[in-house]
Design a protein around this ligand. Structure first.
Ligand code: SF4
Ligand code: SF4
Length: 217
C-alpha cells in the first residue's frame, strides 16, 4: 500500500481556516493517524482508536460537569443531520454487515435528499428525521460505534430546547475544538477524500457504502 506523506497532510492543514487550538489538535491527530496507516492499520482499526482517544479526552474535559444529557431519554438530539467521516462510515457498514443487522435503507434514501445543509434537513417530518439507529426506547443501537459528533454533544441548556418537533431552538453544548480537530484529521488522512471537513453526512455515505458492500434488507 502507498504510504501517506505527512508533509502533504501538513500542507493541506495549512490551507484550512482553523482556530489556533483546532489547528494544534488537527496536526497532532493527523500525525497519529498517518503513522497508524503507514504501519499497516486499516480504516476501521484507526477509527476505533480515534473514538477511544476522543472519549478519553472528553472524559477529562467534562469531569465535574452537570450536563442535561446525563438523565435524558428523549432521543430528540438524534433527529439532526449527522456529520461523519469516510472512516466512521466504513466502521458502521462493517458492523452492520458483520452482525447481520437490519437498517432502514429506504429512510436513508429519503434522508439523503435533505442533506444540502442543516436547514434543508428540517423540511422532513420528525419521523423521517429520526436516526436509523435509534430504537423504540430511544436508545442508540450502535452506541459503542457512534460517530464523533454524537460523542461530543454535551448539552447544558434545558433539554426541552432539544425538541425540534415544531420549532428549532439553539442549545448550549460543549462543542470543544478537539472534536472539530479529530473529524478534520480523520478526513485529511483519507486519500479518497478532499481536505474539506464536514462535507460528509451519515445518511448518504452509509447508504452508498452498504449498497457497495452488497447489503440486503
Ligand atoms: S442533547 Fe438534548 S435530547 Fe440529547 S440527550 Fe442531551 S439533553 Fe437529551
Ligand atoms: S448514531 Fe446513535 S447517538 Fe448518533 S444520532 Fe444516531 S442514534 Fe443518536
Amino acid at each position: 500500500m502507498r504510504k501517506i506523506n505527512i508533509d502533504v497532510v501538513r500542507h493541506n492543514i495549512k490551507g484550512l481556516k482553523l482556530e489556533d487550538e483546532t489547528r494544534k489538535f488537527t496536526n497532532l491527530f493527523s500525525k497519529m493517524f498517518v503513522e497508524m496507516i503507514n504501519d499497516g492499520l486499516d480504516q476501521v482499526d484507526v477509527t476505533l482508536v480515534a473514538h477511544e482517544t476522543i472519549d478519553n479526552a472528553l472524559k477529562n474535559l467534562t469531569k465535574g460537569w452537570n450536563t442535561s444529557c446525563s438523565n435524558c431519554t428523549s432521543g430528540d438530539c438524534c433527529h439532526q443531520l449527522i456529520g461523519t467521516s469516510a472512516t466512521e462510515v466504513a466502521l458502521l457498514a462493517d458492523v452492520i454487515i458483520r452482525t447481520n443487522s437490519s437498517v432502514d435503507i429506504d429512510r436513508l434514501k429519503r434522508q439523503s435528499s435533505y442533506i444540502a445543509n442543516s436547514k434543508v434537513w428540517y423540511n422532513q417530518t420528525m419521523g423521517d428525521r429520526r436516526c436509523i439507529f435509534l430504537n423504540d426506547l430511544n436508545q442508540c443501537r450502535i452506541y459503542k460505534h457512534r460517530p464523533i459528533v454524537c460523542r461530543n454533544f454535551y448539552v447544558v441548556s434545558d433539554p426541552k430546547l432539544c425538541d425540534t418537533t415544531s420549532v428549532i431552538n439553539t442549545v448550549d453544548n460543549l462543542n470543544h475544538p478537539i472534536m472539530d480537530a479529530m473529524v478534520t484529521a480523520m478526513t485529511l488522512y483519507d486519500p479518497c477524500v478532499r481536505p474539506k471537513p464536514y462535507n460528509m453526512y451519515l445518511p448518504k455515505q452509509l447508504r452508498d457504502s452498504l449498497i457497495k458492500r452488497g447489503y440486503k434488507k
